[in-house]
Design a protein around this ligand. Sequence first.
Ligand SMILES: [Zn+2]
Length: 490
Amino acid sequence: MSRSKVLEVTIILIILSGAFVYQYMHKRAAASDTLNLVQEPLPTLKEQTLSDSSEETTEAERRAVAEPSRQDQVKQYVSGRKVEDLRKYNPHVSLLGVAPDWAMLDRYQESITKEDFERLLTSVYTVGETWREWIEIHEDYALIVQNAEDDEVDQYRLTFSKQPGVKISRFWRNPNELGPAPEGKPLDGMVIAIDPGHIGGEWAQMEERDFAVNGDEPVREGEITLQVAQMLKPQLEQLGADVVLVRDSLDPVNPKRPGHYAHAAWVELEGRGFVPSAPALEELRNRMFYRAGEVRERAKILNTIIRPDLTLCLHFNASSWGDPENRQLTNESHFHILLNGAFTSGELAKDDHRFTMLKKILTRSHGEEAGVSAAIAESFVALSGLPAYDYGELSMRARKINGNPYLWARNLLANELFDSPVVYMEPYVMNSKVDYVRLQMGDYEGEKEVNGVMRPSIFREYTKGMIDGLVMYYTEQRGTRKAEEPSTFK
Ligand SMILES: [Zn+2]
């Protein structure tokens, strides 16, 4: 190349990069214009770091989550935030979801028989026949659409195993893998995570999880689930388990706040074809914060730091107020336990939901979930006498499991994203005549009269109902290890 040619090329390159820089700056300016339309400004990284470090960490919090690892998680999250805020809308993943890496299923190749795969897929994880649009079952393998954008060519091939009982790689252990437990300690060596549902405190109203009539102190679901969690913890420890609370205060686990989702909410609404209005943006960014963002954050901590053998998700059910202006307590109270499953047609169409459903099937968590949940349902009903909640046989979002009226499969973000077997409790109706009164009475020893009937505290009933079931299930499944014979050589 001659000297003048080199000069010419250099000049062209300078002009081109200048144009790129101009375009980039222009886009940045446009993006910040978009952000300015949203009322709440994004806190700067510095502000965020300062407010995080000024929060006091309690001893319980330190014990709940190993500190360095949690710090790493937060750091990772904060550094990842820029990427997410500039996210592109992807119509094929769920809210705040990311396109899955299907190669992560490679470790489960030839680990499940065709029969087991088909049974779990059709009797637990799906409702109806729409799964056929996404999954093709052949004699020796299944083909699963990886990317809905390109469903013809882009399929994941899962080869079936010829025999059952192939060892699977996963962090949680079933009773068989845990082995016999010492007398009186049926949960010995187990790691149990407790996820007190929702947040409570100043966020309860935003979560639509506070209930009050006649100017009473509000009942906040995020607070009473935490109360039950704190009562369960020492009792489970007494039985030999290592117990970790995913949340042990009324603060979100999510380091972000609604304002952090302003841009993501905008991108999401625009992507769905809406002209984002201020109320719609606010509703969505709030939901991204307290539900999608919060549950995803808990899942990250659960699956990477706690890695439990079993997760207990604690909730109290509620019934919608007939007339929100004139709140009346209802007569109904009921109970059910949710297991992961019953992915809806809409969920199957999302790449990330489809991927997690496959992962759930392949890690075989259902058997454990069904076993533990059935035992807890039995003991819980024996104490509370609650009738079963019924979604109905025709429900397209829930299905009854093993003919047990108390066990329903339903896909919720928590029981989907938590990798271990999950017992998702939905007892009581917070705004029912009897449960509301019991919740207002708080915790107490012995029995007190509730609407003419002597009842224990609702918190003790909740706790004991779960403990009895867990003791029953693990004693039976693990068996008891004989105390070692005293050595004759001293
Ligand atoms: Zn709840």
